[in-house]
Design a protein around this ligand. Structure first.
Ligand SMILES: Nc1ccn([C@@H]2O[C@H](COP(=O)(O)OP(=O)(O)OP(=O)(O)O)[C@@H](O)[C@H]2O)c(=O)n1
Ligand SMILES: O=P(O)(O)OC[C@@H](O)[C@@H](O)[C@@H](O)CO
Length: 447
């Protein structure tokens, strides 16, 4: 899958600052971009079934709470939906025993617009409970009934605004809509004696994925009429709309990353996709704009080595403006360049700025403190002592989800040797950023 920037794609509401509350007029303007002219934007809510036990994952923790880069999987899905400003409420169905854990996740990762309901013993029953909360059937419910409701599995973290908009727009017109994907394996039907009865022509069939969207009344009435058998054994909401509402859902082609995390391999895949997405931008911090500065040489080598990664450089962080810039860039990888010094001043400033920006709440931020030293010609026992401070300081900042390590780059007079050191340094930097391995925190690597 091609790497995509960690920052969400341009949103309908990107005209707003990250922390601004959209005014009604702004929202309407944003919605106007998203809808055919002359039609009112529907009120949209989402239901996320998250009450499963994840048996196929084969671990004690239900997969929606399994960590990915030390953050529960469900938090990524919530973040994906929260990026969509026109989804007004997100109802999550969790079991009673996981309710407190879910509240803790919402608080720790500062999720917004989330309401919790009790899950059911099956996925359909969990979804039904979420719909009941939106229907306003429950006396203490603060939720208002939406015109359109999105249903999306909590274990499908890679959902983007464009497919959500497609299914919602189609649901408004057809009553129901769902994302589909080409089948990878052929579907076969076994006979009672365990032999092949027949196979389906793969090209004429599709896999039903998520998100799905429905006119609220269509799907709510379908669930209210639903047989116990369907509630117990059904796996397809679109089928309920067809069977009980006689609505033929519009099928929307989805992107490859809509898949559902089901087995352990899916968790590994999710982690590598997230790592790839947050490693798309490297910011070098150096205390000079001098183009001949060796830090700019390193920047150029990094650009050559990592042609798909955005490499920028900026002066050390000193003002609140820098904080805004860091947040807006959503960069999770920093290289702090120190030449012939081994003090920690710049690193401490950068780490404090990153901490203040709350950037490391959602994703681990990699900070690499690079020291250019001609360590073959100058005694650096004293410098080494300073450099070894990195171990203790790194342990401290790890608690804030900042992965700090050091890199000593040989800085010889000889141009050819320097180029070789720069290339080796760039390779190490690229690996540290791509792998984001907390096991290397506090280490001092040498190029
Ligand atoms: N009683 C249930 C069962 C499932 N789900 C949710 O429905 C989504 C898709 O279901 P599935 O992948 O089957 O999850 P599990 O049932 O947890 O997985 P398994 O079948 O392996 O146990 C998941 O987000 C799951 O948490 C739910 O809300 N309530
Ligand atoms: O059956 P499971 O509970 O594993 O997952 C539910 C899936 O069937 C469902 O998410 C899609 O197939 C679309 O309906």
């Amino acid at each position: 899958m091609e790497p995509r920037p960690a920052a969400p794609r341009p949103r309908l509401c990107d005209s707003l600052g990250a922390d601004q509350t959209p005014s009604a007029s702004t929202l309407n303007a944003a919605r106007a971009e998203a809808r055919p002219a002359g039609r009112r934007a529907p009120a949209v809510a989402a239901v996320l079934p998250a009450g499963g036990s994840g048996e196929r994952m084969g671990v004690p923790t239900p997969k929606q709470f399994c960590p990915v880069l030390e953050r529960p999987l469900i938090s990524y899905t919530l973040q994906a939906l929260e990026r969509v400003c026109w989804i007004k409420d997100i109802v999550v169905a969790v079991t009673g025993e996981n309710m407190e854990a879910m509240k803790g996740i919402i608080q720790k990762y500062q999720h917004q617009r989330i309401s919790l309901v009790e899950a059911g013993v099956t996925r359909h029953r969990s979804i039904f409970n979420g719909l009941k909360a939106l229907a306003g059937d429950q006396p203490d419910s603060k939720l208002s009934k939406p015109e359109v409701v999105i249903i999306h599995d909590a274990v499908r973290p890679f959902v983007e605004e464009d497919v959500l908009l497609k299914v919602v727009t189609a649901a408004k017109e057809y009553g129901a809509a769902g994302a589909i994907r080409p089948l990878v394996s052929t579907v076969i039907s076994p006979s009672a004696d365990g032999c092949l009865d027949h196979s389906l022509e793969r090209a004429r069939h599709r896999a039903s994925e998520m998100p799905q969207a429905f006119l609220f009344d269509v799907i709510y009435e379908a669930y209210q009429q639903c047989s116990d058998y369907d509630l117990e054994f059904g796996t397809e909401c679109l089928q309920l709309a067809l069977k009980y509402g006689h609505i033929k859902a519009k099928l929307v082609e989805g992107s490859p990353d809509l898949w559902k995390v089901t087995y352990k391999r899916d968790l590994y895949a999710a982690e590598s996709i997230i790592k790839e997405r947050i490693s798309q931008h490297i910011c070098l911090v150096m205390d000079t704009k001098d183009e001949n500065h060796v830090g700019h040489r390193l920047e150029e080598v990094l650009k050559d080595e990592l042609n798909h990664v955005k490499v920028t450089s900026r002066l050390p962080c000193h003002t609140g403006r820098d904080l805004d810039q860091i947040m807006s860039e959503q960069c999770y990888s920093y290289v702090c360049v120190n030449v012939m010094t081994s003090d920690f001043e710049e690193i401490r400033k950068l780490v404090d700025m990153l901490e203040e920006s709350n950037l490391s709440i959602l994703y681990p931020v990699v900070v690499i403190s690079v020291y250019f030293l001609d360590y073959k010609s100058v005694p650096f026992d004293q410098k080494m002592e300073n450099l070894m401070q990195i171990r203790e300081y790194a342990k401290e900042v790890k608690k804030r989800n900042i992965l700090l390590c050091g890199l000593l780059i040989y800085y010889p007079q000889d141009e050819h040797k320097l180029q070789e050191s720069l290339r080796q340094g760039a390779t190490i930097i690229a690996t540290l950023i791509k792998e984001r391995n907390s096991g290397l925190v506090g280490q001092l690597l040498v190029a």
